[in-house]
Ligand binder design. Sequence first.
Ligand code: AMP
Length: 212
Amino acid sequence: MLATFTSACHEAANSESEPMNDVVMSSYSVTVFCGSSAGVDPLYAANAKKLGEGLASHGMNMVFGGGNVGLMGITASAALAAGAHVTGIIPDFLRQREVEFHGLSELIVTDSMHTRKRRLFALGDVFVVLPGGLGTYDETFEILTWKQLGRHDKPIILCDILGWAQPFLAMVTQTVERGFAKPNVLEMFEMQPSVAATLARLDELRSSNLQS
Ligand code: AMP
């Protein structure tokens, strides 16, 4: 068992029986998946910063992987500095490698990647994917396949900075064309061309959440 570190740093349950939709925060929470690297073009970092600041100015909570590296660290720093409540969820074994983020509103340490993924899923009302590497793809495909299996109906937004998400869209489209996925998987995620468009869409989704 892991130790409890501070009141804002706690251990997540590791149970498959954990409900899939145990949203515990009352306000709107956005789980951000993105790279543990910053990418070669400085525009990736600039847009990650813009998203972090935007989440704060739109009064939304941010949930992310808890590392202070790459676009993850940039988005979280910007959100925190602008006043957002930011929750990081990091597995114990990655706390050094991904440079555990100190000073978050809340840091949850898990005993495995699986528990981390479940918590990242459970705490978000919506998912926003920024550019990233294989870990980002893995996380995106997992929430997409959970949606395909009817395990949840949370919105998934790919923020298409510098067109990074076009190959993702092309791969899923080709998968449908080849008959390996139903056409409705293309309706299970959406692409937004910019951070501004993503934030506007988040506002819409939050409003429709409040009305339902
Ligand atoms: P990357 O996009 O590869 O830079 O990784 C982004 C985040 O995904 C990091 O926090 C990684 O720890 C996480 N990650 C890497 N591999 C996996 C995996 N197999 N499953 C879930 N998350 C992962």
